[in-house]
Design a protein around this ligand. Structure first.
Ligand code: PNS
Length: 158
């Protein structure tokens, strides 16, 4: 069985993440979205909320599961016997940081490949931070995020 880990902050999950996830789900028998719990930057949404929003957003994709992890991504991936890490690659601005992570992860674990998947062009400049900013300033994010995320930010307005 081929297994890929799609690690990230998902703070919150966006339609760009879902696009990447759907592509990965066609290439692997199983994909685990792995949400990083502790990170240097304090997340906006608590881990439980990020996970709940993802669970709802992926309910129609059969071979995808959600999990959370602490520490090194490669250690988590090894604990699951994963074959690959999935990362989305949008604009050129992603490239240097993503290459650094891929090279460092390869240095840590020679058997684990990083596979970059390219989402639709319309998601090139979509990010969780932009979504948060628009939502918190009262803007419409409904075409940028799954329904669960839109509903969550709408409920914050009340
Ligand atoms: O969604 P993000 O914030 O771009 O995801 C970044 C993430 C979580 C994949 C990255 O920060 C990570 O892997 N963190 C875990 C710690 C780790 O393994 N660091 C070494 C990577 S070079």
């Amino acid at each position: 069985m081929t297994l890929a880990i799609y690690p990230g902050s998902f703070d919150p999950i966006t339609n760009g993440h879902i696009d990447v996830l759907k592509r990965a789900s066609k290439l692997f028998d199983k994909v685990i979205i792995a949400v990083l719990i502790n990170q240097s930057k304090t997340p906006f949404l608590p881990i439980e909320t990020r996970i709940d929003l993802i669970i709802d957003a992926i309910k129609d994709i059969k071979n995808v599961e959600v999990d959370s992890f602490n520490g090194l991504t490669v250690k988590y991936a090894q604990s699951k016997n994963a074959n690959a890490l999935i990362r989305g690659l949008r604009a050129v601005s992603d490239f240097e940081h993503e290459m650094q992570m891929a090279q460092m992860n390869k240095n840590l674990c020679k058997d684990l490949e990083t596979i970059f998947l390219v989402p639709k062009v319309k998601y090139n400049f979509l990010s969780s931070s932009v979504v948060r900013e628009i939502a918190l300033l009262g803007g419409d994010i409904s075409n940028l995020v799954p329904q669960s995320v839109n509903d969550y930010f709408e409920s914050m307005k009340k």
